[in-house]
Design a protein around this ligand. Structure first.
Ligand code: PRX
Length: 572
């Protein structure tokens, strides 16, 4: 492979003048930065790690890792070696081939990153799963993707119904003192034994890279497939929006089980050769401030719920830390309240920059930029090279200040390639005029800033995590006491929304606190803690359509004391 010189960091790649860049930008310019412009082939893991290891960035720290037990750092050269070893392990032991699904279900640790990038080097499609998932959630995803390899830990293994997953051929366990037997291998041991040289599987730009499962308002979670080509937008937005430069120390707080934790926890920072801080463990305000201080974080990407929790912990704590290295703060995942932006100004002396995008968009789409004035409460403006608009239900563009569907013109580089096993679902996202319809409602002001208004569907965003009400309802009705369940998002000052369930009990069951707790635990153990309803209310009957569908809209209206609207389809 012919290695090209790295792009100049300052200058044309950082956004100096939004309007000018927006007018003149063409993705082919950014595409030239990657190997395919010369060879026709590419591999994201090479572009993120190996290419830096072959330049002056060789001994630069790529990964600073910290949790309660470990504190480690790895240079780009070391990352290259470890990811090569992981690739060899997958190839030699599990015989992974291009397109195979390699899933990773474990807490953050350096091994997670070696495994994920190593699998990409083999041409596999990786599937990161959030460590809090319980058996039902894990099974759904491994079944749908037909994953043949899983990397996990002995602690999480009991949540993997191995015997019910015929496609799952190899399981790599991360940790110490692991007994190897049959399909079970000790990842750390195999890693150590593997060669540090690996022949990368060069793929086409539109070959599969990563599957992120995400929720809609109906059906099980769907596997959103992204391809290697997404790297163009990861790279470009890491410059324009994250504003990453050579000396930066960057920290993204998201877990790689969610799209932010891969697109901007792995790909964006490493495609730009940036030092990346990764912290495992639980959220604690003091330890977050300590991370910012101790690593000298300059660019910090987090989420509104986290900022609101920090805000709730009080301003005095902030003063105990030296946060003078910070120069740029960003947020994603939920509406960023103007109040939080003002708090950020007060305690950090920086504006928090909101960014809007989704699992399906693969990378940032509507953003606030360092070079652009912020209007607190607005998500900002579309990135150069992407057209966004507000459209009506027929796909007609609406004028400023009219609320409608937030839509994006099809064809941006990081757009999902398909929905795994469900092309019809993929197609249902699009409207005449080649509009991708996000499911969010918003309006645009006369200066082209977009303002988020809410979800069009019933999808719940709780503490920045996307939860499909159907998935929770399905789990609830599996409980022996539950006859019917309807689930809504209820506004909450810290978490954005919390999950509230309305339940009609089967005959013979009494509504009491012990049952509420039991049902909550049932969902928690079956799906994940973040999917368990924080509030449960029992009702004799739930509002349904004549065809038997629970009318969540009516539940929401009851809850929020709003008019219930048209009830003509409701059963008597
Ligand atoms: O409703 C929007 C909300 O999060 C949804 C996408 O969720 P997910 O696919 O999990 O991806 C989250 C992180 C990329 C969107 O449809 N959302 C995301 N960013 C914002 C937001 N809502 C308001 N403001 C944002 N900045």
């Amino acid at each position: 492979m012919n290695v090209k010189a790295l792009p100049v960091v300052e200058g044309k790649f950082n956004l100096k003048n939004y309007d000018e860049t927006y007018k003149g930008f063409d993705w082919s310019e950014a595409e030239k930065e990657f190997s395919w412009s010369e060879t026709g082939k590419v591999n994201l893991a090479y572009e993120a790690i190996d290419r830096h290891a072959e330049t002056y960035r060789k001994n630069k720290i790529a990964l600073y890792y910290k949790d309660d037990k470990r504190k480690e750092k790895y240079t780009f050269k070391e990352m290259k070696d470890y990811t090569n070893q992981a690739a060899n392990v997958f190839k030699d032991i599990a015989h992974v081939e291009k397109g195979d699904r390699v899933f990773i279900f474990m807490p953050r640790s350096p091994e997670l990153y070696f495994a994920l990038l190593g699998a990409i080097k083999t041409g596999a499609v990786v599937g990161p799963l959030f460590e809090a998932f319980m058996e039902g959630a894990v099974r759904d995803r491994l079944e749908d993707s037909e994953a043949s390899v899983l990397v996990t830990t002995p602690e999480l293994l009991p949540r993997v119904p191995v015997d019910e997953l015929p496609h799952l051929k190899h399981i790599f366990l991360v940790g110490e003192n692991i007994k190897e037997e049959g399909k079970y291998h000790h990842f750390n041991k195999k890693l150590k034994e593997a060669d540090t040289k690996f022949d990368i599987e060069w793929v086409d730009r539109n070959d599969g890279l990563i599957l992120h499962y995400t929720s809609g308002s109906t059906g099980k979670p769907k596997g959103v497939l992204h391809v290697h080509n997404a790297m163009v937008q990861h790279y470009q937005t890491a410059r324009w929006v994250l504003d990453l430069q050579e000396e930066d120390v960057y920290w993204c707080t998201a877990d790689p089980g969610w799209v932010t934790g891969t697109s901007y926890g792995i790909f964006g920072p490493w495609l730009t050769g940036t030092s990346n801080v990764i912290v495992g463990g639980r959220f604690k305000p003091e330890s977050w401030y300590k991370t910012l201080q101790d690593f000298g974080v300059t660019v910090w990407y987090s989420a509104p719920t986290a900022f609101r929790m920090l805000m709730g912990a009080g301003d005095e704590i902030v003063k105990r830390f030296d946060l003078s290295s910070l120069r740029h703060i960003l947020s994603v995942g939920e509406p960023l309240n103007p109040e939080v932006v003002r708090w950020g100004m007060k305690v950090f002396n920086h504006r928090i920059h909101d960014t809007w995008w989704m699992t399906e968009t693969g990378a940032q789409v509507i953003c606030n930029y360092p070079c652009l004035e912020i209007k607190p409460g607005s998500m900002g403006k579309p990135i150069p090279g992407v057209k966004a608009a507000i459209v009506d239900d027929q796909g007609n563009e609406l004028p400023p200040h009219r609320m409608g569907n937030l839509a994006i013109k099809k064809g941006w580089p990081s757009m999902m390639k398909t929905v795994w096993n469900n092309q019809a679902k993929y197609e249902s996202y699009f409207m005449p005029g080649d509009w991708y319809v996000s499911g969010d409602s918003a309006y645009m002001d006369e200066e082209g800033y977009f303002w988020f208004q809410g979800r069009v569907d019933d999808v719940i965003m709780t503490a920045g995590e996307r939860v499909g009400p159907f998935e929770v309802e399905s789990k609830l009705v599996e409980h022996p006491a539950v006859a019917e369940a309807g689930v809504i998002g209820k506004p909450d000052p810290v978490r954005g929304e919390i999950i509230k369930a309305f339940i009609a009990l089967r005959d013979g069951y009494d509504a009491n606190d012990a049952l509420i707790e039991e049902i909550r635990q049932f969902v928690k153990n079956g799906l994940a803690a973040h999917a368990a309803p924080r509030e449960i209310e029992f009702r004799d009957k739930l509002p349904k359509t004549r065809s038997g569908k629970i009318m969540r809209r009516v539940l929401k209206a009851w809850e929020l004391d709003l008019p219930t609207g048209d009830l003509s389809s409701m059963e008597d």
